[in-house]
Ligand binder design. Structure first.
Ligand code: 8YV
Length: 324
């Protein structure tokens, strides 16, 4: 009977908390009873299914608030396909005895590659240069205005975790100096530590944000940090939109308080404010840090492997730090 309550057609019920990558959703649907966003699409059917939902599958952007966790009495595991899990109420999951897993490491190189690509794009104005050729402006107006040099500049990294270190390695290859801020100095690293983002910004030409999202880092990059970065400084965000005070950033860009920005993440994705989109010297990309075929496959495989390990009674591959 208990078996019947927790399984439909012999398969374990898994709720997809938001739209999942097909690379994750397809194998899930083969092996589990995948309830795709049922809590949003059909509240009555969700209420009926909730007592047998034993797992939640999520992306790095999924929201799993405490109230939703509370409505899942049989919840055992939340398997996030993403390194970030700031939308998941981990404390609520833990208080119910449920584990949370994520997909660290497999995306480090791709996100770091994108950070460097954004730095170059903003410094050398690559999207504007592309538009200059396509529009016929090159033939009509002659050479483009000169851009700024990236090699040899000062790279400040906000958040020196696994991806921050991968960005630092790449910056060194461009002859840049590297400095960082983080919760604490890391004695094993050869880079200069600054205690605050404002102090780091004042010592940087490029300020690259790659710290986890969530309440602890909300608006860490505010108007004062942008003022410290200064009118030649470039802000790059490959972390979470919540880490930057977006209205303050727009103001700073419009007023020339900073020199430019290149952004992969936004406060209210996929909605990007019109004022930001209107700024020609700002580079905007649609949250593609980990979006290569091979990395997204590796992330999906790891998220699935965590679920499989859990239901086979094996140790989890990559639980989040709070659940280790
Ligand atoms: C993805 C991400 O956007 O890993 C993260 O935290 O932001 C991403 O790589 C996405 O969650 C992939 O499912």
């Amino acid at each position: 009977m208990a078996q019947q309550e927790t399984r439909a057609n012999g398969r374990i019920a898994v709720l997809a908390a938001s739209k999942l990558s097909p690379l994750y959703a397809a194998p899930l649907a083969e092996r589990y009873e995948l309830l795709d966003r049922l809590h949003e699409t059909d509240p009555a059917a969700f209420a009926a299914a909730a007592p047998r939902i034993r797992a939640v599958a999520a992306s790095g952007e999924s929201k799993l608030p405490g109230a939703l966790v509370a409505s899942l009495p049989a919840l055992e595991i939340v398997a996030v396909m993403g390194v970030g899990y700031d939308g998941i109420d981990v404390a609520a999951c833990k208080s119910r005895g449920a584990k949370v897993t994520h997909t660290p490491d497999v995306l480090n190189d791709d996100v770091a590659d994108l950070a460097i690509g954004l730095m170059l794009s903003a410094a050398r104005q690559l999207p504007a240069a592309d538009r200059y050729v396509r529009s016929g402006d090159w033939a009509a107006k002659g050479a483009m205005p000169l851009a700024r040099r990236m090699s040899g500049a000062r790279c400040g990294i906000v958040g020196m975790g696994r991806i921050g270190k991968a960005i630092a390695q790449r910056a060194l290859a461009f002859g840049m100096s590297v400095a960082y801020t983080a919760r604490s100095a890391k004695a094993e690293l050869p880079y200069e530590f600054h205690a605050t983002p404002a102090a780091l910004a004042a010592a940087s030409d490029f300020l690259v944000v790659i710290t986890p999202g969530g309440a602890g880092t909300r608006h860490l990059i505010d108007a004062a940090v942008l003022r410290a970065l200064g009118k030649k400084g470039i802000l790059v965000n490959v972390a979470r939109g919540s880490v930057v005070d977006e209205p303050a950033l727009i103001e700073a860009l419009e007023q020339g308080v900073i020199g430019g920005a290149a952004l992969d993440v936004f406060a209210d994705e996929p909605n990007v404010p019109e004022r930001l989109r209107a700024l020609p010297h700002v580079v905007l990309v649609p949250h593609i840090g980990s979006a290569t075929t091979s990395t997204r496959q590796a992330m999906a495989d790891l998220a699935l492997a965590n679920l499989e390990a859990h239901f086979a009674g094996r140790p989890l591959k990559t639980p989040v730090p709070e659940c280790r």
